[in-house]
Design a protein around this ligand. Structure first.
Ligand code: URA
Length: 437
């Protein structure tokens, strides 16, 4: 009979003690199997929220949650496998750009991604806007595609870290989401269960991010890098700005179109800079050379067209119509494409990026609950961003939707997100810090 009791674990953490590996496993396994009730797990989570966890405890919590379901075995795929993860933002289409770049530079990428929720978008919905693209392919086919093409991106199945799923849902109801060790272990448990040898994290900070303050983002990044180090996965984190939407497009097919542009050497400079940084760090972790050498490989893969071809091949292999990516004019368009004009002149000094994400959601490009359908043609194309001077009547953004009612609400929200002033604001870098490696 076990001598460990959940009551003692809760009181130990309440007093600020460090939990042992056995105690953490007891709590996670007990809760996942239903032996430990919600009220006791909630008490433990609140104690963790208040008292924190050491790096060793956080690593043990991560592994307990990772081991609660399937751990994908990528050993049949050759070479070092590198994964990437973004903590979520608005207009973040980096997976669509980075995964084909890295694959075209000779590093295999087996990527599990999520769906849009709230103001943030999801890679899986963006890929599904490519007609026919299958995101629910079986694991054996997924591994074969990575082996044959070098890259596959599919949806994360329920068998990955089920303990995290159950604990996250309890955290959501008990005001225990905002805890750096709990967030770090939640994200890393899913990454570790996804099987990669090394991980590049894009930790966003700013008005459109989960972490609004840079110091919190740095703390989260350090905690996740420490988990990676503790469990033998090389991990690098980039802390990046999310005070402005990433790139010009927000919405599913609009973001696929922008990704195709970047992969063909065109498009927004900040988005290209971030994608180059993520890709070159992934290649570096895979042993392809120094960061500078890897940056050159990334540029070459764009200039010689191999990265773009890789995206087309991946889409085709997963049942998608790659003709849409080769000629993006063929993507279905929204019935209403509305130029939203500035009501005054001045510099844009601030964009509340979360509100802009909500505006895109209201147009039909996102979902408030997992049951909602996404309108693939809906979204926003930015014409101006923080730092730009606009005259009254200039177009700030173009709103794409299929409903007048949705347009009315989204317009108001978008305009409420923009601040003007007579003074030009200081420009913000996109990459704020690199941690680990
Ligand atoms: N994303 C996750 O996957 N987990 C958290 O706890 C927070 C954000």
């Amino acid at each position: 009979m076990s001598l460990i009791r959940i009551y003692d674990i809760i009181s130990k953490k309440r007093e600020g003690g460090a939990l042992t590996k056995e105690e953490i496993e007891f709590a996670v396994q007990g809760y996942t199997s239903g032996r430990i009730p919600d009220f006791q797990m909630a008490a433990l989570l609140m104690a963790i929220c208040i008292k924190g966890m050491t790096d060793e405890e956080t690593a043990n919590l991560t592994m307990s949650m990772a081991n609660s379901g399937d751990i994908i075995d990528l050993s049949q795929i050759s070479g070092i496998k590198v994964d990437k993860h973004s903590t979520g933002g608005v207009g973040d289409k980096t997976t669509l750009i980075v995964t084909p770049i890295v694959a075209s530079c000779g590093v295999n990428v087996a990527k599990l991604s999520g769906r849009a929720l709230g103001h943030t978008g999801g890679t899986i919905d963006k890929l599904e806007s490519i007609t026919g693209y299958r995101t629910d392919i079986p694991q054996a086919e997924f591994l074969r595609l990575v082996q044959d093409i070098g890259v596959s991106v599919i949806g994360q199945s329920a068998s990955i870290a089920p303990a995290d799923k159950k604990i996250y849902s309890l955290r959501d109801q008990t005001a225990t989401v905002e805890s750096i060790p709990l967030i770090a272990s939640s994200i890393m448990s899913k990454k570790i269960a996804s099987g990669a040898d090394a991980i590049v994290l894009d930790v966003k900070t700013g008005s459109g991010a989960f972490m609004k303050e840079i110091d919190d983002a740095i703390m989260l990044a350090k905690k996740m890098v420490a988990i990676g180090d503790n469990v033998g996965r090389k991990t690098v984190a980039l802390v990046t700005d999310m005070n402005i939407p990433l790139g010009n497009a927000i919405g599913t097919s609009l973001e696929v179109i922008e990704s195709a542009e970047i992969l063909q050497g065109r498009g927004d400079d900040r988005l290209r800079e971030l994608c180059t940084a993520i890709s070159s760090n992934m290649l570096h972790l895979a042993g392809k050379g120094s960061i500078v050498e890897c940056e050159r490989m990334v540029e070459d893969s764009i200039n010689n067209g191999s990265a773009f071809e890789k995206l087309c091949r991946m889409a085709h292999a997963q049942g998608g119509d790659d003709g849409l990516i080769r000629n993006t004019d063929k993507f279905p368009k929204a019935q209403i494409i509305y130029p939203l004009k500035a009501h005054k002149s001045g510099y844009i000094t601030d964009m509340d990026t979360q509100r802009i994400g909500i505006s895109a959601l209201l147009l039909g490009a996102g979902r408030q609950s997992m049951e909602e359908q996404i309108d693939f043609s809906a979204g926003i194309m930015l014409s101006c961003r923080t730092g730009d001077y606009v005259e009254c009547g200039d177009v700030l953004a173009t709103l794409h939707t299929n409903s007048e009612d949705r347009l009315k609400k989204a317009k108001e929200v978008y305009l409420g997100a923009i601040e003007f002033s007579d003074e030009k604001p200081i420009e913000r870098d996109i990459i704020l810090k690199r941690i680990g490696g």
